[in-house]
Design a protein around this ligand. Sequence first.
Ligand SMILES: [Cu+2]
Length: 142
Amino acid sequence: MKKIILLMCLLLFVFACTGSQGKTQSLLTGAVVQEIVPPVQDSVIAQEQTGELKEFYVEAFNWGFKPKTIEVNQGDRVKITAKSDDVDHGLAISAYGINIKLTPGKEETVEFIADKKGTFPFYCSVFCGQGHREMTGTLVVK
Ligand SMILES: [Cu+2]
């Protein structure tokens, strides 16, 4: 009896090994069935990136940003086009190492993968006068 159990275990083991290589020998037909199993690395990348592109147009002015909140999902590719409506401003998101300078009327674009979840402040990084410190916004990565 013990021998039979041992043999079954051995067969199960061999079967499991064959299966993990992506091929399963069908016991009935003898045909080799190719399983569609993506390589491990591909599925890891798929988790990090949703493949979705989220585009935003941000206006900087004395003294604020419009919109004030940018909301994306973790893994999204985020493209921000920013422009100053009046004087020199900046757009910085420290958590993502972003800091662009905005000169009046000129569009600047920055792109990144929102791989960190959380609520991150963005702010003006170029001193622009009295209300400079009020120039803040929020990036929400859900
Ligand atoms: Cu400023």
